[in-house]
Design a binder for this molecule. Structure first.
Ligand code: BTN
Length: 259
């Protein structure tokens, strides 16, 4: 999908009833919904709260320059454009994470669905969904979410263990957008209250390859994770005992689990 066949932007997806204010477009296949939506936004072709959802991505992107792969029509692959950006843009990713959490809980109340810093969803302790945000030169923000519905890569979870109708992906997305609209203006306290990471013993894996073990105590006003590092890892010369992370992968450790 490229900008030259822009006609599809003028044909919103009518397969589902979307909450007001959202304009949803659907494509069978694209490279990455985040990239294509960012390009269209840069060209001024689309406005605030445009959503692009794809059945399949050929170059899906994950956090920390990873790939995000899924078979066609298996999972929710969607990106949202926000041109109305709050002073703290990370609040948008927190909102999308919380909306995804609520949507997943609504359809699977029997599963233990949790939010893990920064914006991953876990189902029964295993990764179910991820959120990826990027800012474009205009200042607009694109937030993408990938949620495993019918398929999961090794080591990850999917929402449904039984056959789940392909067209129902639209229902999940519609539910998610509705929950997004219902979130309160002061998102920070809601996010922290729902973030399972706080109070957990965690291993933080950094892009450098370093890892740190300790107890996650809070998320600050910049969306960064505060961790009280285990005493054994802190020498007199090294960083202070409480460390602040703005990027990294977090593993929730069980109390007795070795680091
Ligand atoms: C993560 O690594 O946890 C974030 C994954 C985000 C994947 C979604 S799928 C829809 C959107 N388009 C992309 O290329 N990535 C995001």
């Amino acid at each position: 999908m490229s900008g030259t066949d822009g006609i599809w932007w003028r044909e919103p997806w009518t397969a589902a009833t979307w909450p007001p204010a959202w304009t949803v477009h659907h494509v069978a296949e694209t490279t990455s919904t985040n990239v294509v939506l960012a390009d269209a936004a840069s060209r001024g072709e689309v406005g605030d709260r445009t959503v692009l959802v794809a059945d399949h991505q050929t170059a899906g992107r994950g956090r920390l320059d990873r790939r995000w792969d899924a078979p066609a029509q298996a999972n929710l692959l969607a990106s949202m454009l926000f041109t109305d950006v709050p002073p703290d843009p990370f609040e948008l990713t927190q909102r999308v994470g919380l909306a995804g959490l609520a949507a997943a809980r609504a359809v699977r109340p029997d599963r233990r669905i949790e939010l893990k810093w920064p914006n991953d969803l876990l189902a029964d302790g295993v990764k179910l969904a991820g959120v990826l945000a990027q800012r474009i030169t205009s200042g607009a923000v694109i937030v993408g979410i990938g949620m495993n519905l019918r398929w999961a890569p090794p080591g990850a979870a999917r929402l449904f263990d039984d056959a789940y109708p392909a067209e129902s992906t639209a229902t999940i997305l519609s539910t998610l957008l509705g929950f997004y609209d219902a979130l309160p203006a002061d998102i920070g306290s809601v996010y922290r209250a729902d973030l399972a990471t706080i109070g957990q013993r965690v291993r933080v894996e950094l892009p450098s390859g370093e890892h740190v073990v300790g107890v996650a105590v809070d998320v600050d006003h910049d969306g960064r994770l505060l961790v009280d590092v285990d005493r054994g890892q802190v020498s007199r010369e090294s960083a202070p005992e409480r460390r602040v992370f703005d990027v990294g992968d977090v593993v929730h450790l069980r109390p007795a689990e070795p680091a």
